[in-house]
Design a binder for this molecule. Sequence first.
Ligand SMILES: [Zn+2]
Length: 323
Amino acid sequence: MIIKSNDKPPLYLQQLEALMRRVSSQHPSYQKISDRYRNFSAGYAGERALNYPLSLLRFSPHFVFFDLRLQNANLSFFQMDCVVITPYVAIIIESKNVAGDVYFDHRFRQMIRKDQDGTMAMPDPIEQVEGQRLQLLEWLDQRGYPRVPVEKLVVMTNRNAVLRSSDSHEDALKYVVRLDFLTSKLEQILVPYIERILPKKESTQLCDDFLAQHKEYFPSILPPFHLTQDDIVKGVICVACGAVPMARCYGKWQCPACQATSKKAHLSALKDYALLIRSWIFNYEAQQFLQIDSRHTVKRLMQGAHLSMDRPYVLRETINFSI
Ligand SMILES: [Zn+2]
């Protein structure tokens, strides 16, 4: 049973998408944003690919959590792509969506990818998931949960990847699996665990605890890319052709480029503001961002969107997330 799904794109991915929309392609940071967006969006697609094989898992009961981010004892966070909880054992799954020729190098603990763009060394995902495993064990211990064993697995989600490792690299043979074999590998892992460590009450409590303690990654997105608010393109973006800004006339937004009209296009702009700049906005800032020269129009739009009547307006609802 999926308790925390991966249906909604992570906020960080939404932030990168908003940057792609609102930073000029001529900006010196654009390439860096675009690379980050491509990598992160491939990672998310890989994580989504886990849904089907996990839906085939017959083991009962089991609880699946995608993209879980918890705080460890040092107050730093650790993030897991997927965690499967059963009363007998927990399994952390790290997904990697990497194409090309992939070699697991155990001598230097790295993953080497070769494709048409060249050779690239990447962190060893087996080491990464082992780090998460140790932190999860500590996290469970601190909350007084019974000592449930925690297993780990790396899933290569890209079917075009050619996987290789040296014969002596036992960890790669044991912990790395292709997407098509995920279900059978999970069932194989579960077989030896026959002792029920988490009774029903504790399992339910752990599920609640995971959801309550999860803190989604939502950084200040401008500084890492050396951007300021001035680098963000203002105005309402046309949903039909992407031109900016749409003009406000007769109670609607109209695109000067393709003539498309919209009544709600300002909501996407306010969402971009919340993702990129701040989760609240003063009336004069909204006038600037939406390119409207009337405070009364802004007031009407905010009321129409049922946004908070606080001063400043609170934009949390636009991203459906409490910050
Ligand atoms: Zn247009």
